[in-house]
Design a protein around this ligand. Structure first.
Ligand SMILES: Nc1ncnc2c1ncn2[C@@H]1O[C@H](COP(=O)(O)OP(=O)(O)OP(=O)(O)O)[C@@H](O)[C@H]1O
Ligand SMILES: [Mg+2]
Length: 441
């Protein structure tokens, strides 16, 4: 069932239940109120009747007036237990029966019943200090029930009109609410079909707006991801094809006896070098894939940051010495971090060996702390990184001048991100590049 129909139905059902409860309550209360009101009126009328009855001035047609008003009366002498007066239309036997059944001393009388009809009764004490007589005035309940029914009918009409108006309003509001969702559904279909360029923004407010923004962001991210995957595939096949073609060329040349003895030895040397390059690329690709998907590959242990820096320096020192680069390091404040030592060492080594390779005279590693975060910076005084390369530096197979496979920094980023850290690149005050790793302590 459509969401709009569901919402309208839910609101209508709720409204219907509320209105029904209200109607039942009003219906039962209404009769009570009408009876009470009638009793009060009977009291008022009764007082006038008493005055008229005991004044010598009893108007002609009095009995007729009573009948026209739907009123009945009799006067009862409590002391003598006698009926002093009753309307002609009233059966004295019935009056006797009533007097026996109901307690006339009670101020508030229940409904009296004659076997057919119920009556609302009021008892008016006639000059209580002088005579012990009561005027019993009553009127049939049927009249009141008619009033109740007609009032209730009007109420039902008002309720029905109200329900209709509310249903229309509900329909209108749910339509306004659901339309952006429907439009969003169409945009999601486009994401599914990968028609990213056709995706349009949907006008919405509140939570739906937030969902819309998330959907758009998700589509953009997906598009970026797919583009980078495509790029990765192209780069990977290129990187794998080049050494393979070199190997194939030399292998065929040696097989066909094209190369002389010395040339063939050289060819074999090149083949071995290309094969180890291929092995390196494949190993790095496998590591990247594992870092992306294998949960168990990352084993976390606690260790001091100074230990990690010392291991990096120990490993990088031979290369630095070889290239006559001075390698400095300072840990301003030591701290314990939770990382996979071996992986993080690998990430650091990628950055530090890059820095040594590109530096002119020196590389500087520094560790600082600020507001619960650890900052590891690696600076060099080399030529720095091209502005055009900067935004893509951590992508796979992206390399610049003097680059090798272009996977090192992609691996470094994957490792740092698995350690819940962030890696970024800037210009160094020393002239070259500055890499910063930010880790939570
Ligand atoms: N400190 C640096 N100074 C200047 N350029 C750098 C520096 N570090 C990295 N680069 C540039 O960034 C590119 C990518 O580096 P990355 O480490 O990802 O790949 P690589 O060093 O070429 O190959 P490998 O996969 O063997 O590490 C390098 O090719 C290089 O051009
Ligand atoms: Mg590298």
């Amino acid at each position: 069932m459509r969401l709009q129909t569901q919402l309208t139905l839910a609101f209508t059902t709720l409204l219907f239940i509320t209105m029904s409860i209200l109607a039942v309550t009003i219906h039962s209360l209404l009769l009570d109120v009408l009876i009470q009101n009638e009793r009060n009126q009977l009291q008022e009328k009764g007082k006038i009747i008493v005055q008229l009855y005991y004044s010598d001035f009893a108007p002609a047609g009095f009995g007729q007036w009573l009948t026209d008003e739907g009123l009945y009366m009799f006067i009862y002498d409590r002391e003598r237990e006698q009926i002093r007066y009753h309307q002609d239309s009233l059966d004295p036997e019935l009056i006797k029966y009533w007097v026996k059944t109901y307690d006339l001393a009670q101020q508030e009388q229940p409904l009296w019943y004659d076997g057919e009809t119920y009556y609302v009764v009021s008892i008016i004490r006639i000059y209580p200090n002088i005579v012990n007589q009561d005027l019993v005035l009553f009127t049939p309940l049927d009249d009141l029930q008619e009033v109740q029914q007609s009032f209730f009918n009007q109420l039902i009409i008002v309720f029905l009109v109200g329900i209709l108006v509310i249903i229309i309003l509900t329909h209108y509001f749910t339509h306004r609410m659901v339309t952006p969702l429907t439009q969003l559904k169409y945009q999601l279909k486009k994401v599914e079909k990968r028609q990213f360029d056709d995706i349009k923004r949907v006008k919405a407010t509140g939570e739906i707006k937030e969902v819309e923004e998330s959907v758009i962001e998700m589509a953009r991210e997906l598009q970026r991801y797919m583009k980078s995957q495509q790029q990765f595939l192209q780069n990977a096949s290129h990187e794998l094809k080049t050494p393979l073609m070199t190997i194939q060329g030399y292998a065929e040349g040696i097989r066909d006896g094209i190369f002389e003895a010395e040339e063939s030895d050289q060819g074999l040397e090149i083949m071995v070098a290309e094969i180890s390059r291929l092995k390196k690329i494949i190993n790095e690709m496998i590591l990247l894939a594992k870092l992306d998907s294998d949960e168990n590959i990352y084993q976390v242990h606690s260790l001091y940051i100074s230990e990690l820096i010392q291991s990096t320096v120990d490993r990088a020192l031979p290369m630095a010495t070889d290239q006559q680069i001075a390698l400095f390091h300072t840990v301003k404040q030591d701290a314990v971090i939770k990382i996979d030592q071996e992986k993080m060492l690998r990430a650091m080594m990628n950055i530090v060996t890059n820095a040594i390779r590109h530096a002119k005279t020196k590389v500087y590693i520094e560790v600082t702390q600020e507001s619960g975060r650890l900052y590891i910076t690696i600076d060099d005084d080399g030529e720095g990184i091209d502005d055009a390369l900067m935004p893509h530096l951590f992508e796979r197979f992206i390399k610049g001048k003097g680059g090798e496979t272009g996977l090192g920094l992609a691996i470094s980023r994957a490792i740092v991100e698995r350690s819940n850290g962030v890696i970024r690149v800037d210009r160094s005050p020393m002239g070259g590049a500055r890499f910063t790793i930010v880790l939570k302590i």
